[in-house]
Design a protein around this ligand. Structure first.
Ligand code: HEC
Length: 165
């Protein structure tokens, strides 16, 4: 054996330390990577939960707006226009002339009735008269809404009433 070869094979304490460290490093790296992997998986789950929580929070923040709108539609009653009331209620009889109801856009049907005057028409529409049910059968209509519907119908057939505000 040459002197050179002897030098190469002789193990110094330093080499033992390095060799030991060298043997430790790969498993340490592996463990480090596994921990990283687990952490990243957990993190992505946390992110997903956080996203869901965010969506919920946003949904809850948006919700009251929708509720306020619903309350607006119901509680502080928004008075419908004459045309809206007509299309919702009165049209059932006053478009076809069912039960001999005076028809929309029919001057002949309305001329004599308009002659009674606005107040009488409104009173009869609110209280009902013969085949005409009180408030057209829609008890939830306000006086104002019935008045507007009367004006809408009568004005379609020759009257020139002013719709109450
Ligand atoms: C179920 C059918 C029906 C519905 C719904 C109805 N009406 Fe009538 N309405 C009649 C009939 C029938 C008459 C004719 C009554 C009569 O003079 O014999 C009439 C007559 C009237 C008159 C004339 C009253 C008069 O003094 O000559 C007015 C005004 C009137 N309706 C308003 C309304 C309004 C406003 C609505 C909707 C809110 C409505 N009606 C819904 C059947 C209906």
């Amino acid at each position: 054996m040459s002197e050179h070869h002897e030098k190469m094979t002789k193990t110094t304490p330093m080499q033992v330390v390095f060799a030991s460290l060298g043997g430790l490093i790969p498993p340490l790296i592996a463990i480090f990577l596994i921990v990283q992997l687990v952490l990243s998986i957990q993190h992505s789950h946390v992110d997903k939960d956080a996203d869901e929580a965010l969506v919920k929070t946003v949904a809850e923040r948006i919700k009251p707006v929708g509720e306020v709108k619903v309350v607006d539609a119901n509680a502080p009653k928004v008075e419908k226009s004459g045309e809206e009331v007509f299309n919702a209620v009165c049209t059932a009889c006053h478009t076809s002339g069912a039960l001999n109801a005076p028809k929309l856009n029919n001057k002949g049907d309305w001329a004599k009735r308009i002659g009674q005057g606005y107040d009488t028409l409104v009173k009869n529409a609110i209280n009902g008269i013969r085949g005409m049910p009180a408030r057209g059968g829609a008890a939830d209509l306000s006086d104002l809404e019935v008045q507007r519907a009367v004006v809408y119908m009568a004005n379609s057939s020759g009257a020139k009433f002013t719709a109450p505000q």
